[in-house]
Design a protein around this ligand. Sequence first.
Ligand SMILES: NC(=O)c1ccc[n+]([C@@H]2O[C@H](COP(=O)([O-])OP(=O)(O)OC[C@H]3O[C@@H](n4cnc5c(N)ncnc54)[C@H](O)[C@@H]3O)[C@@H](O)[C@H]2O)c1
Ligand SMILES: O=C(O)C(=O)C[C@@H](O)[C@H](O)[C@H](O)COP(=O)(O)O
Ligand SMILES: [Zn+2]
Length: 365
Amino acid sequence: MKERTLEIRLSDQSYPIHIGSQLFSRLPTLLLQQGITEDRRLMVITDNQVGKLHASTVVETLREAGYVVHLAEITAGEHSKNLLELERLIGACIVAGLDRRSVILALGGGVVGDLAGFVAASYMRGISFVQLPTTLLAHDSSVGGKVGVNHPQAKNYIGAFHQPELVVFDVDSLRTLPEREVRNGFTEVIKHGLIWDVHFVSWLETHVDSLLQLEPTHLIEAIYRGCQVKAAVVSQDEREQGIRAILNYGHTIGHALEAVSHYQHYKHGEAVAIGIAGAVRLSQKYFSLPMEIVERTEALLNSFGLPTRIDENWSMDELVQAMRRDKKARNGKLNFVLTTGLGKVELVHEISTSDVEDVLTQIWG
Ligand SMILES: NC(=O)c1ccc[n+]([C@@H]2O[C@H](COP(=O)([O-])OP(=O)(O)OC[C@H]3O[C@@H](n4cnc5c(N)ncnc54)[C@H](O)[C@@H]3O)[C@@H](O)[C@H]2O)c1
Ligand SMILES: O=C(O)C(=O)C[C@@H](O)[C@H](O)[C@H](O)COP(=O)(O)O
Ligand SMILES: [Zn+2]
């Protein structure tokens, strides 16, 4: 099994992303390589499910290496990604005596990563943090520095850009993931192929079974290639002034579905998978894309057990209203990331509401 490392280079900072097996046992060495020495107090933030399974390994390894380590837990799930939890966690950091040199370690999936990252961005106006992703989906969320929480009406509306010092992806932690979470994570992997790299799309098409079984070599390769795409995009446009918007492929509809279902019915990857099905159909309209691309996209998502149809009777009006709150919208006009072929996307402005409604009708039910 090959361990892979890549470096994400930004204008005023760069950091490594390590992907491999048994990496949590090497955490002290990896922290020291980034200048995080034993005299810096650590706060591990996790959720109650990941906490039960993986926190003791991480905390004990670090304590044995001489670090002072505190631990704070949230309740697992998207509903914890809110301002009240942010305030509670900041309280835990104050009680633990964290200072400006202290470091937060986000141990968990994207919910923990986004929330703990925002704690790090806000505490004393910003301290260092490290991402320790434990879901497949978090290969995306742990890289690139988007941190934040949801507003009840709009996804990720409160947040910051705050880059981690280091990402350590110990793929052994994925062994305890429920099957639905494994499938959920593949959406963002597939998205990275669809927006950037047709060869990666073909590779995914031919490795479905081994990937779903979490075969380590293929798994590391998939995570590495996904992170490579994310790093390439973010290093060109850290704060989404332009090209970074392409990472939002499938998210205009996806985030709206999450919001109208009160962040309860769909997992993020499931909502985005349906959103990709909508976006590829809209692309067919705008770019006369061959039907084969629509079919291949949906077949790839379905082969990983992901949905491509809206399965509930949400209100069309509420969905469209939620889409108007998409962060890519300008002056109330919808902007969508659309595809011009496998591995290629662009941001298209002023998409008409009736075209969107038409596509939603196609993917409903
Ligand atoms: N910041 C970004 O760039 C970015 C990118 C993509 C997604 N996101 C955000 O990420 C969030 C979704 O992340 P997620 O899908 O990882 O959800 P999550 O963090 O809620 O994790 C999913 C579930 O799996 C459990 N879990 C996590 N790791 C486990 C493990 N190793 N073993 C067993 N159970 C485990 C968790 O307790 C939780 O119940 C959304 O809020 C989304 O908006 C952010
Ligand atoms: O990193 C990005 O940029 C992304 O768009 C990645 C998305 O997968 C992720 O869900 C992100 O949190 C969405 O960002 P938002 O700005 O649309 O909330
Ligand atoms: Zn996403």
